[in-house]
Design a protein around this ligand. Structure first.
Ligand code: PLP
Length: 382
């Protein structure tokens, strides 16, 4: 018997990341000094030029609805940005959304029907599973943990998971929670399978500007992928704009005409003055983005060194600002002990289908990172 949306929503788990953040906030309210490494947002202010552009747009009265799919100038700027990355994009193939999360939700709802198979690469960002379940899809999962979270060595396993019954494959590179950036050979493997089995691929590239010495390839640039890729991106991470809520999707016009209906009937449009700040972000913020990225790289290096000093080896991430720390088999209990005893908040790996790990977000100062590792070591948690 098929179930309905009400049943599905009851079965979806609340966000594990939020649960840990709430626990951290509770402990802080009790007076504890928590080093919170659970949050998935840059700890930098939104660059000044973007704040100014947003303020000016607000003062100029850009407070009404916009075209549902976005302010035309922003869609043009996004298409131009994507063309700069090698994707053949036109403004009409873009939907501007309140955050990349909404773009993903609209994509999954548009494509996935009851019983459709969707392939996830584990560890996978928490909301993919929830979105697929809400759409009634069935999950096939490929575990990248035995391969240092890389996709290339897992292509055989991916081949086993993808079939003519597969509707959708979700690829997130650089990855949350692992920070892995998939190689060109891995992405070409994805392309071959997608073409062979007529699969649509969601390329979630939200961390694309935060990489360390590697240039991530956009899936839609590969031959055969232009018409079967939905590219997801947004402003939250690259420009430290998480609370502004601005993201977008790019796909074929045919797809955009379908997803656009869901978009207009659910959110109407992304916030007007925020979209105008987005135009400024894309045009004039390169320096601030590079500065932030370099700070993240220094923190990654520091963490890898500090952990090595305690005999802990990690898969060194090439992007995003996350790292998977190998912990006890019962990662939930480890994370509880970390917060209770060491006052350090991390997210259990099982939230991402990676038991035995905890996700560290290094969106925290070097001093706080040092404190966190010291406290974990002092409490025999490393
Ligand atoms: N995709 C991934 C992999 C993420 O980690 C996040 C946020 O944490 C999102 C999408 C959503 O980002 P936004 O803030 O633009 O909705």
């Amino acid at each position: 018997m098929t179930d309905d949306f009400t049943d599905r929503i009851q079965r979806v788990e609340p966000s594990a990341t939020l649960a840990i953040s709430n626990l951290a906030a509770e402990k802080e309210a009790e007076g504890a000094d928590i080093v919170d490494l659970s949050v998935g947002e840059p700890d930098f202010d939104t660059p000044e030029n973007i704040v100014e552009a947003g303020t000016e747009a607000l003062e100029a009265g850009h407070t009404g609805y916009t075209s549902s799919n976005g302010v035309p100038e922003l869609k043009v700027a996004i298409a131009e940005k994507l063309r700069g990355d090698g994707i053949e994009a036109e403004a009409d193939e873009v939907i501007v959304t309140p955050g990349a999360k909404q773009a993903l939700y609209e994509t999954v709802q548009t494509l996935v029907e009851d019983g459709d198979e969707v392939v996830l690469l584990d560890p996978a960002w928490v909301s993919y599973e929830a979105m697929v379940k809400l759409a009634g899809g069935d999950l096939q999962r490929v575990d990248l943990a035995p391969h240092d979270f890389q996709l290339e060595p897992a292509l055989d396993a991916l081949e086993d998971a993808v079939s003519d019954d597969t509707e959708l494959l979700i690829v997130n590179s650089p990855s949350n929670p692992t920070g892995a950036v998939y190689s060109d050979a891995a992405l070409e493997g994805v392309r071959d399978l997608a073409v062979d089995h007529d699969v649509t691929v969601v390329a979630d590239e939200i961390y694309e500007r935060i990489t360390y010495g590697v240039e991530p390839t956009s899936l839609a640039t590969l031959e055969g992928m232009a018409d079967r890729t939905v590219t997801i991106n947004g402003f939250s991470k690259a420009f430290s704009m998480t609370g502004w809520r601005l993201g977008y999707l790019h796909a074929t016009e045919a797809f955009v005409s379908q997803a656009g209906k869901l978009h207009s009937h659910s959110v109407s449009c992304a916030t007007n003055f925020v979209q105008r700040a987005g135009i400024e972000a894309l045009a004039n913020t390169d320096e601030a983005v590079v500065e932030m990225r370099d700070a993240f790289r220094d923190r990654r290096d520091l963490l890898v060194d500090l952990l090595a000093d305690h005999g802990v080896d990690v898969a060194v991430p090439d992007g995003a600002f996350y790292m998977m720390l190998p912990v006890d088999e019962d990662d939930q209990a480890w994370c509880e002990a970390a917060i209770e005893q060491a006052h350090v908040a991390c997210v259990p790996g099982s939230a991402f289908n990676a038991p035995g790990y905890a996700r560290i977000s290094y969106a925290a100062s070097e001093q706080r990172l040092r404190e966190a590792i010291e406290r974990l070591a002092d409490n025999d948690l490393l």
